[in-house]
Design a protein around this ligand. Structure first.
Ligand code: RFL
Ligand code: PHB
Length: 396
C-alpha cells in the first residue's frame, strides 16, 4: 500500500497535557498542528497523575480558553500541612506569597483540552504507531507513522516532542548532541484513588519513621492518597485494607482518627526519578514536558513545568509565524532550562526532606529532623518553601 502524504505547520508528538495545550494555543493563533498520539483517548484519560496547579498554569489554561470548568470545579488551596513527629504544621501559602494553588486533576485538564480540540474540529490521530522523526536537522522534517495498517508521512516546519519520558522524540536527537542528568531514588509511591471525602480540606505531606505519606484529593468527594514504598513492591500485595492501615500509621493522630476509607477505584506504583536533558531543541525539533525532564512528584511540579515549557514554545512559534522572528524559538531551550533546574532542585530537596532513605544513617536522620523543625519555625525558610510550591515567577 502506498504512503499517504499530508502537511501541517507543527507536528505534535504526544497527546498528553503538553501536546494538547500546545495544539490549543497554536490553534488560537491561527497556526496549524496535527497531534499524533500512540494510545487511545480513553487510555490517556485513564492515567491518574497530577493534582496541583500553580497560578501560572491556571493563567495559561485561561489564555488557551479552557479555564471555565477549572474555575467552577477546581479547589482553591491557600496552604498545606507538613506533618512530622506526631504534629502537623500549616504552610500558609497565601500569607507567605499572596498566592494559592488549585487542586484540579490532570485528567480533567486533559479532558477539557480534548473537548476544546474536538469542538474546534482539530486533527488528533490516536493509536498512531511506529512514529518516526526524519530530517529534523533540515527545514522540512517529516514524521512517519502507521494508523490502521496504513503508512502516513506528515510533512511539517517544526516538530514538538511532547511524548513523555518514554517517547521517540528525545531518542531522535543524536547522542553526541544530548547531555542528560539523572537521579533515581531508592523508593516509589504507591497511590490509591477512592470516592471518599478527603481526610483534611488541605493536602498533608507526612514524614514518618515508616516512610512518607501524602493525603491529596481530586474533589470534596474524591481522595488521592500515596505512601512511600519499596521499588520491588507488587500491587497484588496491597489490598485496600493494608494500604489504609499503612497510611493511617504514618499520619498524625488527629488525621489518622478522621480518615474515611472506601474501595479504591485506582491503584498504582510510580518510581521516583529526577531527569533533565540538554538542550531541549535540536534543529526543527523542540522537546517539552516529560520528554525533556522528569521530577519526583513530591513538589507537584511535573505538569506545571510541562505547561511552562509550552508557554514559551507557543510564544516562540507564534512570533516566528506572525513576525518571521526566530528569537523566541532560538532562546527556547536556554530559557526553559533555567527555570526547569530550579524546579528540579526544589523537587529533589522536598523529596530528600520528606522521605526515609534506606542508607541515610543516624546523622542523615538527625539533619532531616533539624531541617523540618527549622522549616516550620523560620518565616524565611517557610517562605522559600511556599515561593517554590506556588511556582517561581516567569522572567518576562
Ligand atoms: P505525558 O502526560 O506523559 O504525555 C505524553 C504522551 O505522549 C504519548 N506518547 C507517544 N505518542 C506518539 N508516539 C510515541 N512514540 C509516543 N510515546 C509516548 C503518551 O501516550 C502520552 O499520552 O507527558 P506531558 O504531556 O509532558 O505531561 C507531563 C505530566 O504528565 C507529568 O509531568 C505529571 O503527571 C507529573 N506529576 C505531577 N505534576 C504536577 O505538576 N503536579 C502534581 O501534583 C503531580 N503529581 C505526577 C504526579 C506524576 C505522577 N506519576 C504517575 C509519575 C503524581 C504522580 C503519581
Ligand atoms: C496528587 O494529588 O496526585 C498530588 C498532589 C501533590 C503532589 C503530588 C501528587 O505533590
Amino acid at each position: 500500500m502506498s504512503e499517504l502524504i499530508t502537511r501541517t505547520q507543527v507536528a505534535i508528538i504526544g497527546g498528553g497535557p503538553a501536546g494538547l495545550l500546545l495544539g490549543q494555543l497554536l490553534h488560537r493563533a491561527g497556526i496549524d498542528a496535527v497531534i499524533l498520539e500512540r494510545q487511545s483517548a480513553d487510555h490517556v484519560l485513564s492515567r491518574i497523575r497530577a493534582g496541583v496547579l500553580e497560578p501560572g498554569t491556571v493563567e495559561l489554561l485561561d489564555q488557551a480558553g479552557v479555564g471555565a470548568r477549572l474555575h467552577a470545579e477546581g479547589l482553591s488551596h491557600s496552604g498545606f500541612e507538613l506533618a512530622f513527629d506526631g504534629m502537623s504544621h500549616r504552610i500558609d501559602l497565601q500569607a507567605l506569597t499572596g498566592q494559592h494553588v488549585t487542586v484540579y486533576g490532570q485528567t480533567e485538564v486533559t479532558r477539557d483540552l480534548m473537548d476544546a480540540r474536538s469542538r474546534a474540529g482539530l486533527p488528533t490521530v490516536y493509536l498512531a504507531s511506529d512514529v518516526r522523526l526524519e530530517g529534523i536537522e533540515s527545514d522540512s522534517p517529516i514524521v512517519r507513522y502507521v494508523r490502521d495498517g496504513q503508512s502516513h508521512a506528515l510533512r511539517c516546519d517544526y516538530v514538538a516532542g511532547c511524548d513523555g519520558f518514554h517517547g521517540v522524540s528525545r531518542a531522535s536527537i543524536p547522542a553526541s548532541v544530548l547531555r542528560s542528568f539523572e537521579r533515581v531514588y531508592p523508593f516509589g509511591w504507591l497511590g490509591v484513588l477512592c470516592d471518599t471525602p478527603p481526610v483534611s480540606h488541605e493536602l498533608i505531606y507526612a514524614n514518618h519513621p515508616r516512610g512518607f505519606a501524602l493525603c491529596s484529593m481530586r474533589s470534596v468527594t474524591r481522595s488521592r492518597y500515596y505512601v512511600q514504598c519499596d521499588l520491588d513492591e507488587k500491587l497484588e500485595d496491597w489490598p485496600d485494607e493494608r494500604f489504609f492501615d499503612e497510611l493511617r500509621s504514618r499520619l498524625d493522630p488527629r488525621a489518622a482518627a478522621t480518615l474515611i476509607t472506601g474501595p479504591s477505584i485506582e491503584k498504582s506504583i510510580a518510581p521516583l526519578r529526577s531527569f533533565v536533558c540538554e538542550p531541549m531543541r535540536h534543529g526543527a525539533l523542540f522537546l517539552a514536558g516529560d520528554a525533556a525532564h522528569i521530577v519526583p512528584p513530591t513538589g507537584a511540579k511535573g505538569l506545571n513545568l510541562a505547561a511552562a515549557d509550552i508557554r514559551l514554545l507557543a510564544r516562540g512559534l507564534i512570533e516566528r509565524y506572525r513576525h518571521g522572528s526566530t528569537t523566541g524559538i532560538d532562546d527556547y531551550s536556554r530559557r526553559c532550562l533555567e527555570r526547569v533546574w530550579k524546579a528540579v532542585r526544589f523537587s529533589w530537596w522536598m523529596t530528600t526532606l520528606m522521605h526515609r532513605f534506606p542508607d541515610s544513617g543516624g546523622f542523615g536522620q538527625r539533619v532531616q529532623e533539624a531541617e523540618l523543625s527549622y522549616l516550620v519555625s523560620s518565616a524565611a525558610a517557610s517562605g522559600a518553601l511556599a515561593e517554590n510550591y506556588v511556582g517561581l515567577p516567569f522572567e518576562d
